[in-house]
Structures are given as structure tokens and as C-alpha cells.
Ligand binder design. Structure first.
Ligand SMILES: [Zn+2]
Length: 325
């Protein structure tokens, strides 16, 4: 996987790519951020960029892997002798023995490549003893080795471990990007991909898990409710429409549709739309939701979602949201 094929995270990827080109990559890194946004993929792409036989120029003074040479292919298949991936075992945790083995190997020069890369996947699963074993190596890493800790919960790591690593933060992806990855890389049908993306909180992993007929139906319900709300001035009818929504997964879809309405209002690029496949319907809705109304509705849904996360009653939230639409 070349850096250029990774979706989103442009500043982080550029930083890594330039550091590789200049030979200035920190020897201990933490890649932190939500699940399913591409942290592990980035760690692999970094290992490839470091060991590629034919690195390609990329971005502003950076390099990326060619994705085709023997080293790139071996790393992608997980069989390169110098790229070690440590993962939690059946117990769900990473034990000290797993770490010690990687540390011992990192003391030697790379066998076949240029840099040894030790990727600790789900690093928050490192037991305290394992973290302590890692500590000394993170402090004085062998010159030809790079340690990359991947985690969605960096705060679980010992402060001593965190302080020895250079941290790179990954944010959630744009919904439109999630949908495109599902369509292009996982060959998911457009409606399903967009519906799943709109309920994914910007995580490809969550979108893949959440895809299916139910998600498509939930988005359909949200779009219908918006249409009914737009068409009716009668608060009771809007209440009925909104009640069908909250709690069934349609609430997130509703927020996503409203965000798209906001984007259309501000004349954003169509490619930025999370629900690009519903563009004609969004345009029809736009005629009833003028600027202020869409903004108000969006903030209402946003607050409704926050209330639901705090375990507020779905019925009360639905009633309240519908009155703001
Ligand atoms: Zn290569």
C-alpha cells in the first residue's frame, strides 16, 4: 500500500513521507485515533516506504513505496523478515514474551531490508510488564529499527511509554471518503455504502460492520422523515415522522443528511457529500430547508444524538428534535 492510496489523513501521511525521504523518522511512534480509519494501513505503508527497493517521489519532498517490488509485496503479505507485527493473542492482551522476542530481533541488523519495523497493533493491549520491557528499547532504540504503536486508546498506555514516543493523531474520515472506500475497495453497492458511511462516525471499520439492508432502510426512513417535516407545518405530523427515527439508527443518518444539506447550501463540492447517491432528493429538500432552517435542524439533531449518548429517553429526544425541524 502506497501512501498515495490511503484515504484521508493527508498531513500525517505527508509528514511520514517526508521524514522517510530525509532519513529523519523518529524511532518510536504512536499512531492514535479512532478504530477503522487507517492507522494500521499507514503503519504498513510506512514499513514499505522504508524498505521499498524502488521508492517513488510523493507529495512535497516525500517518498512512497512502489507497491510492486519484492520487498513491498512481502511486507503486504506479512512475510517480510524485518517487519514484525505484534498483536494481542487469544487472551486479548499482548504478553511480555511477545515483546521480548521483537526486542531481541531488533538488536540485530535487518536481515533482508533497510529498516526493521516493529508494529504493535492494539498497543493498549500491552500488559504493564510488556510495556516496561519495551520501555528501555523505546528509550534507546537500535539504530536500524522503528517501533510503531497503533492504538485507539493511547491514554491506557503507561505515561512513560507515551512520553518516549512521537505521537501522530488520526481523526475520523469524511463520510464521503468512507463511502468511496467501501465502493472502490470493497465493492459495496452505492446505496449501501453511502448509508453505512453516514452511520459510521468516519470509520471504515464501523461502516463495514454496519452495512446491510437495515442501514439502507434506516437512511431511507430518515430521508422520508425529512421530506414529511419539510412538507408539513403541522408539528404533530412532524412528531410522528420523527418518532419513527430515533433509536433505529436513523438518527445518525438524519444528521448526515442534514450535514449534506448544509454543504449544498454553502455550495460545497458535490464530492464532499456523504449521501451523493441521494443528490436529487437532497436538492428537492433544499428548496424547503433554507439556510437557517437546515442549520437549526442540524444542531437539533446533533444535540439529540448527544442526549441519546447520555441515555436520555429516545421518545423525548425524538419529540424535541421533530419540533426543531
Ligand atoms: Zn517497493
Amino acid at each position: 500500500m502506497s501512501f498515495r492510496e490511503i484515504t484521508g489523513h493527508e498531513p500525517v501521511l505527508q509528514l511520514l513521507s517526508r521524514a522517510v525521504a530525509r532519513g529523519a523518522l523518529p524511532a518510536s511512534l504512536i499512531l492514535s485515533g479512532p478504530e477503522g480509519v487507517g492507522k494500521r494501513t499507514t503503519a504498513i505503508a510506512l514499513a514499505q516506504a522504508l524498505n521499498c527497493e524502488r521508492p517513488q517521489p510523493w507529495g512535497d519532498g516525500g517518498v512512497t513505496a512502489c507497491d510492486e517490488c519484492a520487498a513491498c509485496r512481502r511486507i503486504a503479505r506479512g512475510v517480510h523478515a524485518d517487519v514484525l507485527i505484534i498483536e494481542p493473542g487469544d487472551s486479548g492482551s499482548i504478553k511480555v514474551d511477545q515483546v521480548r522476542e521483537a526486542i531481541e530481533r531488533s538488536a540485530y541488523r535487518p536481515f533482508e531490508g533497510k529498516r526493521r519495523v516493529v508494529i504493535v497493533e492494539t498497543a493498549d493491549a500491552l500488559l504493564a510488564e510488556a510495556q516496561n520491557a519495551l520501555l528501555k528499547t523505546l528509550e534507546e532504540p537500535p539504530s536500524a529499527s522503528v517501533f510503531v504503536l497503533v492504538t485507539s486508546r493511547p491514554d491506557v498506555l503507561l505515561p512513560t511509554v507515551r512520553s518516549r514516543c512521537h505521537r501522530l493523531r488520526f481523526g475520523p474520515l469524511a463520510e464521503a471518503d468512507v463511502a468511496n472506500v467501501l465502493i472502490q475497495r470493497y465493492h459495496v453497492a452505492a446505496a449501501e455504502a453511502h448509508a453505512a458511511a453516514s452511520a459510521s462516525d468516519g470509520s471504515i471499520g464501523a461502516a463495514l460492520e454496519g452495512r446491510g439492508e437495515e442501514t439502507v432502510a434506516a437512511r431511507e426512513a430518515a430521508a422520508n422523515a425529512l421530506q414529511q417535516a419539510a412538507a408539513s407545518a403541522d408539528p404533530r405530523r412532524r412528531l410522528d415522522a420523527a418518532r419513527t427515527l430515533i433509536g433505529g439508527g436513523s438518527d445518525r443518518a438524519l444528521a448526515s443528511l442534514l450535514r449534506d444539506l448544509g454543504a449544498l447550501l454553502s455550495r460545497a463540492d458535490d464530492r464532499a457529500l456523504a449521501n451523493a447517491d441521494l443528490k436529487p432528493r437532497l436538492h428537492a429538500l433544499l428548496r424547503s430547508f433554507d439556510g437557517d432552517r437546515a442549520l437549526r435542524a442540524f444542531s437539533a439533531v446533533d444535540r439529540g444524538l448527544a442526549a441519546l449518548e447520555r441515555n436520555a429517553s429516545p421518545k423525548i429526544v425524538a419529540d424535541w428534535v421533530s419540533l426543531q425541524l
